[in-house]
Design a protein around this ligand. Structure first.
Ligand code: PGA
Length: 254
């Protein structure tokens, strides 16, 4: 059962949907993706990596999301991995979503990664996305420290695509793919918060009890770079899909 939770004063422009569990959240998120992309002439889906969106991707694949003309744009990528490293985000999205949907790698756009990343290359990526006429729907996860993509706390709300250092908590949370935190790359290239806010619609997914505190802070605390995800409240068209566990600490408004 889906509950819609409103607080018009603090969440203007933002629909907050609470699903029973992660499976129901994924099913709902998949329906939002399908509905949004079906209205786009040349659909562009912004994709996040991590544990949270995986069920949604599985659902989209199972339902056979129409991939005709669909392009995918990644939020971020590690710096320092070999181009064919399976742990990279481009490889992960290719495996989890693009290949099963029949989307070829040339229709998947990822931030640039080289050890000597120049601002010109970052600007080139942003230009590439603008040439696609921007992102119709951006899927976002939320880090336990409130990050969106790899915009760690303190990132400016008008930040653009750039190289960043990963926080110790982010490295620790991402270490399962790397067999120990020491192996997680130190740096990544991420879309900035300003870049992300240019997508026409945002879909933030949060599941599990470990996201409860930060989700409540992001949605109902102050809008502050200390909690990068709070920036989504500056966007006019946001859907947040949480499961009951992640929604546990949200104020009970209806
Ligand atoms: P997770 O990561 O989905 O693996 O929890 C979310 C994030 O760091 O954005």
């Amino acid at each position: 059962m889906i509950r819609e939770v409103y607080s018009t004063r603090t969440l203007e422009g933002c629909r907050l949907l609470v699903a029973e569990d992660a499976d129901e959240a994924a099913s709902l998120a998949a329906s939002i993706v399908e509905a949004t992309l079906s209205e786009a002439a040349s659909p562009v889906l912004g994709v996040a990596t991590g544990a949270t969106p995986l069920l949604t991707y599985e659902m989209l694949v199972r339902r056979g999301l129409s991939s005709h003309d669909l392009r995918l744009v990644l939020l971020d990528e590690y710096i320092g991995l070999a181009p064919n490293d399976e742990r990279g985000f481009a490889a992960t999205i290719q495996r989890q979503l693009a290949s099963p949907l029949g989307i070829s790698p040339d229709r998947v756009h990822a931030p640039p990664v080289s050890r000597t990343l120049t601002s010109a290359r970052c600007e080139g990526f942003e230009r590439e996305v603008r040439i696609l006429d921007g992102v119709d729907l951006q899927i976002l996860g939320i880090g336990q420290n409130g990050h969106i993509a790899f915009n760690e706390p303190g990132s400016a709300f008008d930040s653009r695509t750039r190289a960043v250092l990963l926080s110790p908590l982010t490295k620790q949370n991402n270490c399962s793919m790397f067999g120990g935190s020491d192996d997680v790359p130190e740096r990544a290239c991420t879309q900035g918060i300003g870049t992300i806010l240019e997508a026409r619609r945002l879909l933030l997914l949060a599941t599990g009890a470990q996201k409860a505190a930060i989700l409540a802070r992001a949605l109902f605390g102050s809008i502050d770079p200390a909690v990068p995800a709070s920036a989504i409240r500056l966007h006019p068209d946001v859907v947040v899909v949480a499961d009951t566990e992640a929604a546990r600490l949200l104020p009970a408004t209806a």
